[in-house]
Design a protein around this ligand. Structure first.
Ligand code: CUA
Length: 336
């Protein structure tokens, strides 16, 4: 039996479409808007998709007609040479110009305005996000709260996000809430962050920034305002002081050449500024900028062998005993 040579190609095309569509689903979906600016972006996407799809269909139709009537002297719809020139000018030059100008005006007038940086004074809350290789540092000016890879905001509130970078260019992007915004050395950028429904929205660095660019995710967590205020008040507090004599994990964490050289735990002598602030790390959803879930077994693995979990990360593999790693993990799990 002879195999149909078109079958593998058709299967590959189907698999590609399925994969491409799967990429649109999941928990980062540009077409599932949860804010006013993102709804405008999603609508623009559908408008452009419709125009492109109609244009493509018309081109394919003409190609098909041309092929069917390939041996005739006359045009598909009749007419001579001047009619052919007229059709090329109308459909090939005039129509694309009209369509592209209309799309430009539509996106410029309706979409760019609503995704622009918020006007000063038009927001109720400002927060600062700094891109660092490879995590996001999050500060709430006016409070002592510093966190990483998790941006809590009150739902239904316009938030002015001020973006900076500490090293190379990163790009802050939460697809369900707004467009991408580049974080450029020496500059501050601003973008409006708001969410109409409570929930957690995954975001991702969208500009190649080195080895672990793909592991530079963050979550925006939109909460009812009262819940947000409770979270912020707790986040601003220093770590709970050690009761009685310090635990072995606390001592190992703060030993020379150990964790405190790079990390801060507010309320203790750990003042490092290379890695994320760990004051309330145990209450976060993920570790290593969204790379692994924040569960005790994953935390231990991360502390014991960070270069395996996130190769190239600035967190070195420490030369400690298994007991010391476990003690440090127990201490870190207590940082709520
Ligand atoms: Cu930061 Cu890519």
């Amino acid at each position: 039996m002879k195999r149909d040579p078109t079958r593998p190609a058709a299967l590959a095309a189907l698999a590609f479409c399925a994969l491409a569509l799967a990429g649109c689903g999941g928990n980062q979906n540009v077409l599932d808007p949860h804010s006013h600016p993102e709804r405008r972006i999603a609508t623009l996407w559908w408008v452009m998709f419709a125009v492109a799809a109609i244009g493509f269909s018309v081109v394919v139709l003409f190609l098909f007609l041309g092929w069917v009537r390939r041996n005739r002297d006359r045009l598909p719809f009749g007419g001579g040479e001047s009619a052919a020139v007229g059709m090329v000018v109308a459909l090939g030059i005039a129509l694309p110009i009209v369509l592209l100008v209309s799309l430009f005006v539509y996106s410029d007038l309706f979409v760019l305005k609503s995704v622009a940086a918020p006007r000063p004074g038009s927001t109720r809350l400002t927060l600062e996000v700094t891109g660092r290789q490879w995590f996001w540092e999050v500060r709430y000016p006016g409070t002592k709260a510093v966190t990483a890879n998790e941006i809590h905001i009150p739902v239904g509130t316009r938030v002015n996000l001020v973006g900076k970078t500490d090293d190379v260019i990163h790009s802050f992007w939460v697809p369900e809430l707004n467009r991408k915004v580049d974080l450029i050395p020496g500059q501050t950028t601003r973008i409006l962050l708001e969410a109409d429904q409570p929930g957690s929205y995954r975001g991702q660095c969208a500009e190649y920034c080195g080895l672990q660019h793909a592991h530079m995710a963050m979550y925006v967590i939109a909460q009812p305002p009262a819940q947000f205020r409770t979270w912020l008040a707790r986040e601003a507090k220093p770590a709970r002081p050690q009761q009685g004599s310090p635990s072995p994990g606390f001592l190992a964490f703060n030993a020379e050449n150990a964790c405190s050289g790079c990390h801060t735990v507010r309320g203790t002598n750990a003042h490092g500024d290379i890695g994320p602030d760990l004051t309330h790390v145990a209450s976060r959803l993920t570790l290593a900028a969204g790379t692994i879930p924040n569960r005790p077994a994953d935390l231990l693995e991360w502390i014991r062998d960070p270069q395996h979990v996130k190769p190239g990360a600035k967190m070195p593999n420490l030369d400690l005993t298994d007991t010391q790693f476990r003690e440090i993990a127990t201490y870190v799990e207590g940082l709520r």
